[in-house]
Design a binder for this molecule. Structure first.
Ligand code: SF4
Length: 287
């Protein structure tokens, strides 16, 4: 099952991208559509549990670099003091919580990867809690996201080592943008446009994990990319069409990824990973 975004739009026809993705998955797996949806529902429940466990204020990663920060973020949300408001704020809190859960070896859904695991759940769970989206709406949104993720993986990459963080957090933001657009009643074309806007805004993002650990800057990028996803969805839902064919943005991402030097593709040698303060902190923590 390898489809481009334009093929997903065609498959959706006058229906939704989610509906097309469920049918395609059922065809490919030989499972009933209801069973395919149940499997996705289990992923949603796993996402909810990961976000919940990442909110533990006592959580700490083995390196000591991350953990407990989502709880700090949640406190400010609960006080009504986040500048970005409750919907995006909650999405960002859950994105950070999920990413911290991953950094602390908890169970997450790689959507599309462990490093970028917070962006999609944050968006979908926030829509359920803040906008009254149902569990069925959320499952549909995850199928929309899955279609977008598949289109990116098959035409470019979802690996930071291969294409930089644009391929991980960029792809996750594209998936979340499409999911949000679908949850707000957008068409399949608008979902593709939202995905393209998100990817466009994160094009060139390098993969530079300090110490080779999926913590810094990874957990914070999950938060920032959440904001990109909401912005991209809002543009698409406003009727703004992406001026570049969405699949071409994916191909541009691949071209940029191929041009990145090895030091910026998960080797931990460049970018944030090369900054003296984080290197010193990692050295101290391992003494
Ligand atoms: S910086 Fe690299 S390891 Fe970290 S989330 Fe991005 S792609 Fe993954």
């Amino acid at each position: 099952m390898d489809y481009t975004l334009s093929e997903w739009i065609q498959l959706a026809g006058s229906g939704s991208m989610a509906r097309a993705a469920v049918s395609a998955q059922a065809r490919e797996s030989g499972m009933e559509e209801a069973a395919v949806r149940d499997a996705m529902r289990r992923h949603l429940h796993c996402m909810q549990e990961a976000a919940r466990s990442g909110l533990d204020e006592h959580l700490r990663s083995v390196s000591g670099l991350t953990g407990g920060q989502a709880a700090m973020f949640l406190k400010r949300l609960q006080e009504g003091r986040l500048l970005c408001g409750n919907l995006l704020g909650r999405a960002e809190v859950y994105a950070l919580a999920t990413a911290e859960c991953n950094a602390c070896m908890g169970k997450i859904v790689a959507a599309p990867t462990a490093g970028a695991c917070g962006i999609l759940p944050g968006a979908v769970l926030a829509m359920m809690e803040e906008r009254g989206a149902t569990e069925d709406d959320a499952v549909d949104a995850l199928f929309t996201a899955a279609a977008v993720g598949q289109a990116i993986a098959s035409q470019a990459s979802i690996s930071g080592a291969e294409g930089g963080c644009q391929a991980e957090c960029g792809a996750a933001a594209a998936m979340a943008a499409a999911a949000l657009t679908a949850m707000e009643g957008g068409t399949a074309r608008q979902c593709a446009d939202a995905a393209a806007f998100a990817l466009m805004n994160l094009l060139g993002l390098v993969c530079d994990p300090a110490g080779g650990l999926v913590e810094v800057p990874c957990v914070y990028r999950n938060v920032g990319a959440s904001g990109v996803a909401f912005t991209a969805a809002d543009m698409a839902l406003s009727g703004i069409a992406c001026p570049i064919a969405p699949d071409e943005v994916i191909l541009a991402m691949k071209e940029v990824g191929d041009a990145l030097p090895a030091s910026l593709r998960e080797t931990g040698e460049g970018g944030c990973a090369a900054c003296p303060s984080i290197r010193a902190r990692l050295h101290m923590n391992t003494l």
